[in-house]
Design a protein around this ligand. Structure first.
Ligand code: 5GP
Length: 181
């Protein structure tokens, strides 16, 4: 195994699973947004790859924007305190906004993000997350469009990192190295 990849455990969600599920989510979204033009808001950097794949499956008029946030805390757990590093370029007033997230763990990041975007008076605000961790004290966040429910382990790949590595992997893996929870 190549050096640097020795901390990859089993594959939790494969490339093929992601491809199929993304197409299903896109079909659901296309039906729900058939009469509205959604603004998809991708959360950098983790949602970058999912966003790219999702919009290519979505055969409806849509717009995208990206924002970057950073959460304080250790490498593998969130404190819930979030800072906007790059804000949106788009005015959200009366827009149908869909947050596109990579993963929801405690839900604290999402909770902050929703509050912050709701304050900008969108016409609607929903969430699409590729991964939702099971069995975690979730800050009661409804994720209307959820790709996969996964065990509460730290995962990497398909946009998700550990210290900025592994984002380029096509599958989602359990991370087994140091600092993993
Ligand atoms: P939450 O606020 O829901 O606890 O955490 C959400 C954020 O923490 C995600 O957007 C992501 O950046 C990071 N995160 C949570 N769980 C994981 C994980 O298993 N792997 C990686 N790479 N990041 C995670």
């Amino acid at each position: 195994m190549r050096e640097g990849y020795e901390h990859l455990g089993e594959i939790v969600v494969s490339e093929e699973d992601i491809r199929k599920r993304t197409a299903e989510l896109a079909a659901e979204l296309a039906a729900d947004y058939s009469e509205r033009v959604p603004l998809l808001v991708g959360v950098l950097k983790g949602a970058l790859i999912f966003m790219g794949d999702l919009i290519r499956e979505l055969d409806i008029p849509l717009e995208i924007d990206m924002m970057a946030i950073s959460s304080y805390g250790s490498a593998t757990s969130t404190s819930g305190v979030v800072r906007i590093i790059k804000d949106l370029d788009t005015d959200l007033t009366d827009r149908h906004v869909l947050i596109v997230e990579d993963i929801v763990d405690s839900g604290l990041t999402l909770s902050y993000l929703k509050r912050s975007l709701l304050a900008r008076n969108p016409a609607s605000l929903e969430v699409c997350a590729l991964l939702v961790k099971d069995g975690v004290r979730r800050a009661d966040q409804e994720v209307r469009y959820a790709g996969f429910h996964i065990p509460p382990r730290f995962v990497v790949g398909y946009g998700l990192d550990m210290n900025e590595r592994y984002r380029n992997l096509r599958d989602v893996y359990i991370y087994t190295g140091p600092e993993a929870s």
